[in-house]
Design a protein around this ligand. Sequence first.
Ligand code: PEP
Length: 249
Amino acid sequence: MRSYYIAGNWKMHKTVSESVALAKELKAQLAGCKEKLLVAPAFTSLAAVAEVLKGSNIVLGAQNMGPEEQGAHTGEVSVLMLKDIGVRAVILGHSERRHSYLEGDTLINKKVLLALKHGIEPILCVGETLEEREAGKLESVIGTQVKEGLKGVDAAALKAVTIAYEPVWAIGTGKTATPEDADAVHAYIRKVLAGLYGEVASKAMCIQYGGSVKPDNAAQLMAKPNIDGALVGGAALKAESFAPIALFR
Ligand code: PEP
């Protein structure tokens, strides 16, 4: 049976106690869930949530990490620190990092390679703005983000990478790409991947969709052949909305 990867990005929300409470609810409600599950709390809550998730089927993820292993990098959190507290995956290149903090493909690629070097699974986010889409640049923008983000990642390491297609205009706006539109972009990403790694690797790749995924649209999105999961923002902040997405089938 096809498996799906459902990830919740808690962004800059929740204190430690709020994060622990949500993690406990999800652990209980999703105990029987067959999908691959991930939650990505804020850095300050990671260690406490790691304790709660021990022995559960939910993977602990971070929302970002620094591009260096360690050193004089004020304000950064390193891959070694994340690994040390039980983080197993990291969201990289989220559009909020690209647009608000001006992270470019070269920096994101450096983080992808560093995460892989230390056995942390990257979720590489790609997505176009509305202006880019309307200017007919969708494929060139997505193609560049995929190719540059994966530069230097060999075929063996690719298995640990997930791509999240997140149209910027659909994040936190309540506007979802139609399942057909999203699937078409996922198919294009697969084509780019096939060019880089071959058909077999491209077909095996997990490509999540993100952008206003909710309990009432999750099943339609994931019914599409190229949509292998969801990266969820707003709806990941409450068990009552994240659990039904994870339990969509
Ligand atoms: C996100 O930020 O990754 C996201 C998809 O947010 P939302 O679900 O709120 O659109």
